[in-house]
Design a protein around this ligand. Sequence first.
Ligand code: 6R9
Length: 662
Amino acid sequence: MSQIESVLQENRVFAPSEAFVKQATVSGMEAYQALCAEADRDYAGYWARLAKEHVVWKEPFTQSLDESEAPFYKWFTGGKLNVSYNCLDKHVEAGNGDKVAIIFEADGGEVTKVTYKDLLSRVAKFANALKAQGIKKGDRVIIYLPMSIEGVVAMQACARIGATHSVVFGGFSAKSLEERILDAGAVAIITADEQARGGKHIPLKPAVDEALDLVAGKSAIKSVIVYKRTGGACAMKAGRDVWWHDITDSQSEVCEPEWVDAEHPLFLLYTSGSTGKPKGVQHSTGGYLLHAVLTTKWTFDVKPNDVFWCTADIGWVTGHTYITYGPLACGATEIVFEGVPTYPDAGRFWKMIQEHKVSIFYTAPTAIRSLIKAAEANPAVAPKSYDLSSLRLLGSVGEPINPEAWMWYYENVGGGRCPIVDTFWQTETGGHMITPLPGVTPLVPGSCTLPFPGIQAAIVDETGADVEWGKGGFLVVKKPWPSMIRTIWGDPERFKKSYFPEDLGGTLYLAGDGAVRDAKNGYFTIMGRIDDVLNVSGHRMGTMEIESALVSNPLVAEAAVVGRPDDLTGEAICAFVVLKGARPNGDAAKAVIKELQDWVGKEIGPIAKPKDIRFGENLPKTRSGKIMRRLLRSLAKGEEITQDVSTLENPAILDQLKQAGS
Ligand code: 6R9
């Protein structure tokens, strides 16, 4: 709450400099308002105009927006295109083949540069290799790779042949992989022997082997393609596993793109919701690409001479839109980095910005907060020890950025001259939804400011009615937009229920976040999730997923998971656990905590490990048997319980659960 209050009291305003405004793609508030007015006047016509101007179509579309099966909206009906053509061939054909597309910096600091011509040739060869493996248009392919040029190549190659990729973050476990392989009905997995992180080699392929053992007899997987990243030990199963280089090196550099319908599913990306089962968010080809391009041009103001760096992993949506697709579709030069921000030391980001002359830098508040701490402890790794004068624009994504971190980023990294675009969006939205435009919007630390032109964001109450500025409510989007989620893979009912709930009238897209608009200027401030989803270091985690993982441990009878504020990670995971045996104390408790943390790490992935685990003989429940999560949240925060606990079946349990680490 203190953060929201401090944003509400925030009165520092940073208007864009005249120099920035002058050169910006969208320049000045009048230009922004004109775009918004155009969308208001003729919504479908506005997006159709942009889709014609910013995307190359093999066959033109005949209808902009088809609402006949709402909320299953269709965009750009009749149009045919290929995303990889738009990201690669287009630039080579225009004579820009020798421009550097990707500057890759490995964990150990080795740098590899790939031009657009090289990248096209690598993508075409790998696309031919995929086809030779029998993978075809419409097949689902799981990508489980570390940050690498190959990761981008694999995604682009799938797009080239019309296969739908589903990238699984390399930090997810075999169990998470298993779930996604089955749900997506995938036919192939692209992975690597090991990944390199912070100077260590971490095996990746064994998780694939384990997942495939778990799905034996149930999955459609025919091949596993393994990129040799480190050359470490890697068991290969004959008849199933093949090396990337073995199937690719002799392929032709020419691969005709598969021209697909605008609505063809480009990718599925699994994300957490409020039940235990992750949702396969399905994205389209045409509408998704349009928004990736537009936001890269308008929010990031990307120009031919820029060096763009988004620090996300390709396992998250940010890596999809702002590494694999947006910057390449705009013909930019971009950085891809492997490793962690703190190795070889916490100056890595600043050193990379200095060395590669990065001009646009996009990262997450959690990274900023940890680098502030590191800089305070050791001035040698502080931004001021590096030459960051190449920077002209900064961005933030993934969670609310607290005004203190915003100011530090603005002054220490941006030297007080770079606008910060605090971009609010989600896996489901495909690209930025509410964000400043750097040559337009006066910035207020902690606010994502105003909707992207054409996006009809609003705040409503529990009946779907607009609330007045200054009052909090549910963040919604009133009209469909081109890059929106099309459905939840295999579960259209859940799609409707989760995003277009009847309580709100059934036509508003419910983002799942609470928000408030400033009473004076209408700026949006995001107040966090309204559902059982936590945001830990910018990663979305469902409390139910973690609870399911905990109760699958033989020691555990029952578990409830809540979030509590954390200075570094935004939110921290706090689990209340009832064991089947006696409630442990002291060292015995510590040992069980460690065992359960490791268990969750193995079930879901290390990012899901609860930071706190408390044991009780029971959980606080109402007489109807509902766990009182509100109370657990107060306990997790260490707050005094002021709520009415008279409806609790077992009030005495609160004293037990108050004891942290017990
Ligand atoms: C892109 C991405 C989405 C959730 C979203 C919200 C939070 C993202 C934010 C932000 C405040 C921002 N979120 N950006 N909150 N300000 N600029 O992060 O997608 O992983 O699906 O998470 O993240 O809570 O609902 P995803």
